[in-house]
Design a binder for this molecule. Structure first.
Ligand SMILES: [Zn+2]
Length: 310
């Protein structure tokens, strides 16, 4: 499978101009294609003529070094996107990006300009920024691309904040990450699973991720039997809940139970809103936790109980 390492530059409008469906208009697509052995085989770099936010926003101007005159001469989004798809090619590939925003903005632009979608449901990709954190053992660590380039002693041969350069730097960081960590793929949920059959259940070995379809409303979602189910991520045995489903903020729900063989199991249900349908969906992760995490969870639950009785 090929890797398509992607980076975008975009422009925004003034608050008065801003479109909710597309707050950022893409003005440059840059990409580096790597083969299975992570050897670069091809590069893509194209500017896009903006039609919604025509002048470079002052906030962008100082960061992205693209001139209005160059954008005026550039091709339309539709043209560049179709060239980009041709570049991606017929062979199977996975997108790789720094952070989790590029694929949302790309899909928003594709939707706005009425082009062929990249996917019908959640789009699996490698978030190189996340993987870089994982590779250093710090699962929540997210650093800037510049910082990562420095930490990996990658030669700084071109300017940051031009799409193809940032894609090339991201590709270099990806090369220095151990292949075993690439199993921790991410999903962009711009399009959620359209029904139960297309829901995503991914077994990462030490944890399980389940992306549910949309529900009509939050009440239906949080009372759904499948959403509330708890099982051990290792042996898949159904578990009694020692800590029932609770939430301290109405967005993240937690629960826990004990597998006699594999220890304490925690599930987290994150409720998100789907942009396309304006309906809630859930992402549930289930994993084994250690004693310290168990204590933190129990404390949270106690706090929740006492806040209710007040
Ligand atoms: Zn078990």
């Amino acid at each position: 499978m090929n890797y398509i390492v992607l980076d975008l530059e975009w422009n925004m409008g003034t608050p008065r101009e801003e479109l909710k469906v597309m707050p950022f208009e893409i003005i440059e697509i840059g990409a580096v294609k790597l083969n299975e052995d992570k050897v670069e085989t091809e590069r893509f770099s194209k500017l896009i003529h903006p039609r919604v936010y025509r002048r470079m926003h002052w906030k962008n101007k100082s960061i992205v070094h693209i001139e209005n005159a160059d954008l005026k001469k550039a091709e339309s989004f539709e043209e560049v996107y179709s060239e980009f798809l041709a570049f991606c090619g017929e062979e199977p590939y996975i997108f790789c990006t720094w952070g989790d925003t590029d694929l949302t903005e790309l899909q928003r632009n594709i939707y706005y300009f009425d082009c062929i979608p990249l996917a019908e449901g959640p789009l699996e990709y490698l978030d190189v920024q996340k993987l870089n954190g994982y590779s250093t053992g710090m699962h929540k660590k997210r650093i800037s691309l510049e910082k990562a380039v420095e930490e990996h002693h990658i030669a700084e041969i071109s300017d940051f904040h031009r799409a193809v350069n940032d894609a090339a730097y991201t590709a270099e960081v990806l090369k220095s990450i151990d292949k075993s960590i690439e199993k921790y793929t991410s999903f962009n949920n711009y399009y959620v699973p359209k029904d139960i059959d297309s829901e995503i259940i991914r077994d990462y070995g030490d944890y399980i991720k389940h992306i549910f379809r949309c529900f009509k409303d939050k009440q239906r979602l949080i009372h759904d039997k499948r959403v509330r189910s708890l099982f051990c991520p290792v042996c898949k045995k159904e578990l009694e809940k020692e800590i029932p489903v609770f939430s301290t903020n109405g967005k993240n729900y937690l629960m826990a139970g004990n597998c006699t063989e594999h220890g304490m199991v925690k599930a987290k249900i994150r409720i998100k809103k789907n942009e396309q349908k304006d309906q809630p969906y859930a992402v549930k992760t289930i994993r084994i936790i250690n004693d310290e995490e168990k204590m933190i969870l129990e404390n949270k639950y106690q706090k929740f109980i006492s806040s209710k009785s007040e």
